[in-house]
Design a protein around this ligand. Sequence first.
Ligand code: TEU
Length: 459
Amino acid sequence: MRPWRESVLYQVYPRSFADSDGDGVGDLPGIVDRLDHLAWLGVDGIWLSPTFPSPNADWGYDVADYYGVHPDFGTLDDLDRLIAAAREREIRVLLDLVPNHTSERHSWFAERPDYYVWSDDVPNNWTSIFTGGSAWRLDASRRRYYLHQFTPQQPDLDWWNPEVREEFERILRFWFDRGIGGFRIDVAHSLIKDPELRDQDPKLREQTSNLPAVHEIYRRWRAIAEEYPQEPILMGETYVDLDHLPAYYGNGHDELHLAQCLPFVNAKFELDQLRPIVERVEADLPPGATPCWFASNHDHSRLATRWAGGDERKARAVLFLLLTLRGVPILYQGDELALLDGEVPPSRVTDVADPPRDPERTPLPWTPTGEEWREPWLPLTDTSRNVAGQRDDPDSTLHYVRDLIRRRRAFAGAPYETLPSKAPVWAYRRGEATCLLNLSARPARHEDVELAPWEGRIL
Ligand code: TEU
């Protein structure tokens, strides 16, 4: 396996990756079938969006059993087979842990109410991220209100309860024992809430984010991860500003291995926005820490749509940046094809969020006809950017990404250093390599190098 710091990760959205049994829903055997393709592409790890049993109020982010596999995706044996088959190809498998909340259908909600956050009345102004209304809902039979930062079907756990912490340490060990290569940690910044349940600024959410005690949890988890020979990675979905991001790395070695940089994905694809973010992360992270960049995922419009407006050259500029910056990049399935958001008519929308996130969750087209998806759970309308077509074309974005993944290995561990350049060119050094990126739709010049519109070049 490549050292985790130098790896390229690839996010698989299991429902929409590959369907082995023709029921319209992707599954674990489907992923196994496509591992050779991912090995050919050159990725070092896959992060699977939640694979656990779930009533799917929030498509798997409402977990009913942290020890199982959703029957739509297969069985625990299928997951073991995937882990083993991936390991043979030097690919690690990361699962998606959702520790902030469970499904209301998790047995804990009925049997262990003390695992959740309760109040006799609505105690404060906290709002649900999805409904915008109060984050407190009356449980009629208990005549008390429980906290739900997401849907009412996702009650928040009480991380001040030591037994909740013990439960999750058991869950971690269960999966590390099965050989998984790490976890992506959902809403990693928000597990600990103000014990006095005080009001908060609805924008800052300071009583439900970044409380110092959350770091105790990650120090414990890191110590557990370090006991395992496969060096499992803890990668946080740290939905925080740049002031709070560095703390999730602890001293650089004792908390999360990777803290996803949300300000990056939420910025515009412009030099003046992105370079300061990169420079600030480079300056502020503790020594030894590794940044983590991505530009699409199952919650964000795809980079080829959101940042590139469909222009494939511009999408390649984004991919160039992701794959040449220092740190671990995460490609979201389809990024390697410059895949666009799908078109989902209102009658087919399945998501609870507003705006709905279905367009970035539509099936991955493997062939020019998309015939491998029979009646998929979300519509597959545009198959013009597909895997088979791009594998046959050495000038495709897929080959561009594959080549970049190979080239980055020469400097993947090297430091980042901004070089002087004039806009729209972003110039930086990575060890022996000099990277130049033209962030404009016009030709540009850097010293004696001519760059085409949106061209990235490694010298
Ligand atoms: O996302 C956390 C989060 O804050 C986002 O939900 C974001 O606010 C939203 O996408 C805006 O529409 C994580 C998961 O990535 C997301 O899929 C889950 O829905 C959410 O947690 C709840 O588990």
